[in-house]
Design a protein around this ligand. Structure first.
Ligand code: ADP
Length: 600
């Protein structure tokens, strides 16, 4: 099949295309031309038969008729080709050449008869019309064929004719050879271009359509996920809040244990919702890093606090080595750094049954790269699974990991976050022996003083934490809580019952404004997502109407995502409290903003 192609490897030059573009369409052109040639073959064959019959019956004085038949035949072939009727049969391709030569030979015999001076060029023209129409071959082969025919023809002409007749033959044959070749090139050239643009247009359309559908689906999915997570967080506020009440008020140990299980299940559910929110943000390109100055030791403290105990519970050795030279304050997205490290270290603990977890953290001042290596002696990862490791919702070794909680989102999110921080997460693993995860992220240095021994800081922080007694008592304080959800209002009231704070509630932004006109409060907790006036709108009116001018207003919201706090502060809120409300967080905020009235 390939041999029948007319395509020369340099033909792309004629077509004004790049070589690669040209090569892409070559197979299509070859196929199309083979079809076209076969379509025309039968026509040529029939034409040849007709021509032979006609020349046998018609004497030389009527030769013109034979040539007219040839011309009409040639045109018919053109029309035939245009109509693109499918006639298969590649073998007829070779026959096509023979037939065209037969046509030429008969033409020559007729036109070379003495007295037929005007004939040569006519026969040659007809031949040249037929040639590019029915034959598709490589340009050089086509050129050779035309040249050969011209030479043969002229050799006969010189031998048989004389004088002006020979001169006119030479002139006509040369001119029409060149014209014929040009016709051939223009036909093939056009078909290459046509196919190229046609395939490109089809391909572009297809890509566009696919992208549109994919974008639509991804948008719908992300919106759905974001809405669902928001919807789930709202009742979660009631569940976790009321569960906290049971934990506090119940005397029955058994019930307390149940409530404690609900608390930990609630925390897991929340982290899953957060992951889903993160993923939908990343997928819609809405995820943004929020750089702040932060002490790296506090990140380490949190990580150790949240993972060491789990490792100890599983009787795993937990060793953390932190380079003392790490700068004490970085500038970066603290929440996200913590999220990445926690995820990888938690995984190491989750997927290790016995042995140890070793963590090494260092900082390269030249490249500003913070590097964390997490080594475990756990179940390891099969080489063929490595590819899928960072895909969303991919959990490996499902049968083995059936009992381990997880969604398969953590690594996907972590890697994308690390990449946003000009970093990477790489993994080396031996199945059955353990894994080594290497996390690199670029962090700006805010304070270059070396951090020193983190264990000392950790001990100090732990001591302080132990000393923290969450028993706010502020009977003189008055706060206003605004939320459209009755259950949420109840939860705040319940949670703050022991603090004896005077709590007023409002079910909408409008009611809040009404209350503010007549009353003064020490702190306002203002929910965001409310029908009618949102929290931000309510705050705007409050500021415009100079209501509660010096009162701290805390945004209450289920958008517990990184950057949300900064956004609310920018809008004019004093602070921010995420839903579901964690009592300790709320208490800390109230102590801060109630001032003297909040003194315990
Ligand atoms: P999750 O842990 O919630 O399932 P991740 O995205 O964090 O999701 O991890 C994806 C999968 O990668 C896990 O389900 C687990 O099969 C595998 N994996 C992650 N970390 C480790 C590890 N340290 N050792 C072995 N397998 C791991």
């Amino acid at each position: 099949m390939k041999k029948q192609s007319f395509i020369n490897k340099n033909l792309f030059l004629y077509c004004g295309l790049e070589k690669e573009e040209f090569e892409n369409v070559v197979p299509m052109i070859m196929e199309r031309n083979v079809k076209l040639v076969s379509k025309c073959n039968i026509g040529v064959f029939l034409l040849g038969i007709v021509f032979i019959i006609v020349t046998l019956f018609v004497r030389s004085e009527d030769n013109l008729l034979a040539y007219w038949i040839l011309v009409v035949g040639g045109l018919t072939l053109c029309v035939y080709r245009l109509l693109k009727k499918e006639i298969k049969g590649v073998a007829a391709y070779i026959f096509c050449y023979s037939m065209i030569l037969v046509v030429l030979a008969f033409g020559m015999v007729l036109s070379l008869e003495p007295g037929n001076v005007s004939m040569p060029s006519t026969s040659f023209v007809v031949f040249l019309v037929l040639l590019p129409v029915v034959v598709n071959d490589k340009p050089y082969r086509m050129g050779l064929l035309i040249l050969l025919c011209a030479v043969v023809y002229l050799a006969f002409s010189v031998n048989i004719k004389s004088g002006m007749a020979v001169k006119s033959d030479i002139m006509n044959v040369t001119t029409f050879s060149i014209l014929g070749y040009m016709l051939y090139i223009s036909i093939t050239n056009r078909s290459v271009k046509e196919i190229f643009y046609w395939t490109q247009a089809v391909e572009n359309e297809r890509i566009k359509e696919e992208a549109r559908i994919a974008e639509q689906a991804s948008k719908a999915k992300s919106n759905f996920l974001a809405n669902m997570s928001h919807e789930i967080r709202t009742p979660m506020n009631a569940i976790i809040g009321l569960d906290e009440m049971i934990l506090r008020e119940s005397e029955d140990e058994k019930i307390k244990r149940y409530a404690s299980d609900i608390k930990s299940a609630g925390a897991t559910l929340l982290s899953i919702i957060n992951d889903i929110l993160d993923l939908s943000k990343i997928e819609t390109g809405k995820m943004e890093l929020v750089p702040v100055n932060y002490e790296f030791s506090s990140v380490i403290n949190d990580i150790v606090n949240m993972t060491e105990k789990k490792a100890e519970d599983k009787k795993l050795e937990f060793v953390m080595k932190v380079d003392e030279n790490i700068p004490s304050v970085f500038n970066g997205d603290e929440i996200r750094i913590r999220q990445i490290l926690l995820n990888i270290i938690n995984n190491a603990v989750k997927y290790t049954e016995k042995g140890s977890i070793h963590i090494y953290i260092s900082f390269d001042r030249v490249t500003s790269e913070l590097k964390t290596i997490v080594e475990d002696t756990g179940i390891g990862i099969k080489p063929e699974d490595k590819e899928r490791l960072f895909d969303s919702f991919q959990r490996l070794d499902e049968t083995r990991n059936r009992t381990i909680e997880g969604t398969g989102l953590g690594l996907s999110i972590s890697r994308q976050l690390a990449q946003m921080m000009e970093g990477s997460i790489e993994v080396e693993s031996e199945y059955g022996k353990g894994s080594v995860f290497t996390i690199k992220v670029v962090q700006k240095v805010a304070d270059d003083t070396p951090m020193g021994d983190y264990t000392k800081r950790l001990e100090k922080a732990r001591k302080e934490e132990k000393e923290y007694v969450p028993h706010l008592l502020a009977p003189n304080a008055k706060i206003l809580v605004v939320d459209d959800n009755d259950m949420n209002l109840k939860v705040v009231k319940f949670l703050l019952k022991k603090s004896k704070i005077n709590i007023t509630t409002a079910i909408s932004g409008a009611e809040c404004l009404e209350l503010l006109k007549a009353n003064k409060y020490d702190v306002i907790l203002l929910d965001q997502m409310m029908p009618g006036m949102s929290g931000i709108e309510t705050l705007k009116v409050m500021r415009e109407e100079k209501l509660a001018e010096n009162t701290p207003v805390i945004a209450l919201t289920a958008d517990a995502i990184s950057g949300a706090k900064e956004m609310y502060l920018e809008q004019g809120f004093t602070d921010y409290l995420a839903k579901p409300i964690i009592y300790e967080d709320m208490e800390k905020l109230l102590i801060e903003y109630l001032g003297e009235k909040g003194d315990i």
